[in-house]
Design a binder for this molecule. Structure first.
Ligand code: AP5
Ligand code: MG
Length: 200
């Protein structure tokens, strides 16, 4: 099964993908995680995208499409994957159609108030990338990941100003994909407001 998780920032795409990847035995590919790993490694890609991501803007289509094309060309994702955070523009969706056949697009439906509540409390593990939350899913020991023992931090793009930018960009550039995929008969809407265990 080849799935796309579509939705605003903080909708819970990454959190649900971590559960779904086990249930469906489908590798989880998050373009955001790939960029953050590149930043942490100080690679040329990381150096190029750091300021863009920290400000809550989108990385250019050319770079993102090429990175995703290359990842989807690898053997482990020949039959199934969960693509989280790509495509985010119509140009990316059109490019994707040229190198992969998507079975279903899951649209995470959630209001801005919930997005802001989730992002303002999100805590991320620097080592394994797991998403914790100050209120909804706090780690047992403050600052330490309960999955791998890694250090927990707050993403730079979860600052209020960057969140506002990300929501604006989502509405302008990503939300049009809802209609795009609905017209193709590929879209399934889910109510992403309930707690994680109530969704999956
Ligand atoms: P990316 O990492 O993809 O960020 P995003 O799309 O903004 O989404 P988030 O990761 O912020 O939210 P999420 O939906 O995964 O929510 P999460 O599960 O963490 O991209 C980052 C940046 O990279 C972009 O801004 C851009 O610059 C660049 N980029 C990436 N892809 C790109 C592309 N295709 N083109 C161009 N640029 C690209 O949940 C949030 C919090 O809520 C967590 O704390 C979690 O514990 C909690 N939570 C989640 N679900 C629930 C629930 N159901 N109930 C209660 N709490 C919940
Ligand atoms: Mg995410």
């Amino acid at each position: 099964m080849k799935l796309v998780f579509l939705g605003p920032p903080g909708a819970g795409k990454g959190t649900l993908a971590v559960k779904a990847t086990v249930l469906l035995k489908a590798p989880h590919i998050s373009t955001g995680n790939i960029f953050r790993e590149a930043i942490a490694a100080g690679s040329p890609l990381g150096v190029k995208v750091k300021a863009i991501i920290d400000a809550g803007k989108l990385v250019d289509d050319g770079t993102t499409i090429e990175l995703t094309r290359e990842r989807l060309g690898q053997g482990d994702v020949k039959d199934s994957f969960i693509l989280d955070g790509f495509p985010r523009t119509i140009a990316q969706a059109e490019a994707l159609a040229g190198f992969s056949n998507i079975d279903r697009v899951i649209n995470f439906d959630v209001p801005d108030s919930v997005v802001i509540e989730r992002l303002s409390g999100r805590l991320v593990c620097r080592k394994c990338g797991f998403n914790w939350h100050k209120t909804f899913n706090p780690p047992e020991k403050a600052g330490v990941c309960g999955k791998c023992g890694g250090e927990i931090y707050t993403r730079e793009d979860d600052r209020a100003e960057a969140v506002k930018k990300r929501l604006d960009i989502y509405r302008e550039q990503t939300a049009p994909l809802i209609g795009y995929y609905r017209e193709k008969g590929l879209l399934t809407d889910i109510d992403a407001r309930p707690q994680v265990d109530a969704i999956l």
